[in-house]
Write a protein that binds this ligand. Structure first.
Ligand code: ZN
Length: 507
């Protein structure tokens, strides 16, 4: 091999080697590229799978109490939310498994029931309950009946033209969050009442001889000899010195805009089937307890049964636009309805929620509450046209009334804005608004009036003025500006001094 040949051969070999290395590098790059494409598909796919998995697993885990975010703390009178399923390792002490108490006999049960009726001035029912027993020759029963008859004799008729009516909104649980120095906070400060205030008010009123009655105890529609129906004034019998009054609570809807502002979230039934409130504190801990009027009043009446005439408690008034009792039951939240409002978050559990609300309103009725319309859209009946009122009333009757145990005949005007002035309503009057409301079944109408008592009996209706017992009214009296509450309670004992002052009217 010549030197030249040798160099050519060497060059050829080096070129081959170079090409071989280039080919390996190309192959490596091809493999890398394929790997990246593979990763590019795999990673998003894994992310999607994880997301979908969690989406379904998290609610399941939450529901089965497999997650525990944050420790639940709170005052000892709060009851914690109970886990919903057996998947939890929390055990709740429900007392001894076997009751050592003997079940009550029929007689003992009747005696207890009769005693409660008697304490609530329903002597007729007390006597009826005992007479229903087969007690021939049982002198303890006949003695008791005689005792109730004698007690009943001592009752005197209340003045049916002197019945005051007070009202509240839902109560403030957390004053720090509710009463901020914002327009909303100042508004809450003027139109709301705090829990300690409410507790002191009912205590004071009880001590002064006030007894809660229903509007249906004052007057009711009765059939006349000619077959027509007429509103007839009734008689309330109480011991000397006792005074009937009506209490109502407006907007028991637990509105969306109020969530997180220191008020209850919604009404629920606890493990004993009693109406309580679910509440979320500032740290996000959820508990069930006495965070509004219903359970506070229930407990008070349990201790003082004679505060509730025949067991009758407050009127609860509902609007419709945010659903009822904290459940988004309105058609404007219904994902399957053409009425769904795009501004609302659709409620996929709407049917379940409606069933829950129906169950709760039945419990409330049995517990002594009655219900009122506060209009669907919290409208002003004075200013709105007849057409507006008709549309609103239809919506209320379509969305709220079916959730109540019975049809509703009480209307508590939002803002107290009545369809008319002090003149009695008459057919064809009030620009047709009265006929419309009568046609819709309303017979009890309440405006807002700061005087102690305003009542008007008509042929087909009963009207009452209601007194707002709220921050504004309490401060007005507390600061000595005007006293419109001293017939009910001593404001010095009631006023919650945690309130920022002065309190001006904000609505
Ligand atoms: Zn209202």
């Amino acid at each position: 091999m010549t030197e030249k040949e040798f160099m050519e051969e060497d060059y050829r070999k080096r070129m081959e080697e170079h090409h071989r290395k280039m080919e390996i590098r190309r192959e490596k790059r091809r493999q890398q590229r394929n790997f990246h494409i593979f990763l590019g598909i795999l990673i998003p796919a894994l992310l999607i799978l994880t997301f979908v998995g969690l989406r379904f697993a998290l609610p399941y885990m939450e529901e089965h109490n497999l997650l525990s975010f944050g420790k639940k703390t709170g005052p000892s009178w709060e009851k914690e939310v109970e886990p919903l399923s057996s998947g939890s390792d929390i055990t709740i002490n429900q007392g001894p498994e076997e009751s050592t108490e003997e079940p009550l006999s029929e007689k003992e049960e009747a005696l207890q029931a009769a005693e409660l009726c008697a304490k609530q001035y329903d002597y007729d029912k007390a006597i009826e309950t005992l007479q229903a027993l087969d007690s021939t020759g049982d002198s303890s029963i006949s003695d008791k009946i005689a005792e109730y008859e004698a007690e009943k004799e001592k009752l005197v008729p209340a003045d049916m033209d002197q019945i005051t009516h007070i009202f509240f909104h839902i109560l403030i649980t957390d004053t720090d969050r509710a009463l901020k120095d914002t327009r909303q906070g100042r508004q809450y400060n003027s139109v709301m009442t705090t829990i300690p205030e409410f507790k002191e008010i009912i205590k004071e009123m009880y001590e002064r001889g006030y007894v809660m009655v229903h509007m249906h105890d004052i007057a009711e529609m009765q059939e006349q000899a000619d077959g027509t129906k007429k509103m007839v004034k009734k008689q309330i019998l109480l011991p000397e010195g006792k005074k009937p009054f009506v209490m109502s609570e407006d907007d028991v809807n637990y509105y969306i805009y109020m969530q997180g502002s220191g008020f209850a979230d919604k009404m629920v039934l606890d493990e004993d089937g009693k109406p309580k409130l679910q509440y979320t504190d500032k740290d996000g801990n959820v508990s069930v307890g006495d965070y509004d009027i219903v359970p506070i009043l229930d407990e008070f009446v349990e201790e003082h049964p004679d505060f509730a005439y025949h067991g009758h408690k407050a009127i609860l008034a509902f609007t419709g636009y945010n659903g009822v009792l904290g459940y988004r039951t309105d058609e404007t939240f219904d994902p399957n309805s053409s009425a769904l409002d795009p501004k609302n978050k659709a409620n996929p559990n709407i049917e379940e929620d409606k069933a829950t609300v129906k169950k709760i309103t039945q419990v409330l009725k049995d517990d002594g509450y009655e219900f009122a319309s506060h209009s669907w859209g919290h409208i002003n009946f004075t200013n709105r046209s007849l057409e507006d009122i008709k549309r609103d009333t239809d919506r209320w009757k379509r969305n709220v009334e079916p959730l109540l145990p019975d049809s509703c005949d009480i209307l508590l005007y939002p803002f107290g804005a009545d369809i008319g002035d002090w003149h009695p309503y008459k057919k064809g009057g009030e620009n047709g608004k009265y006929d419309l409301l009568e046609e819709a079944g309303f017979r009890y109408f309440c405006n807002v009036d700061s005087t102690q008592i305003w009542m008007q009996y008509g042929d087909q209706f009963l009207r009452q003025g209601r007194r707002n017992i709220d921050g504004y009214r309490l401060y007005e009296s507390y600061s000595g500006k005007a006293d419109r509450v001293s017939d009910l309670f001593d404001v010095k004992k009631v006023f919650d001094t945690r309130r920022p002052t002065p309190i001006s009217w904000e609505d």
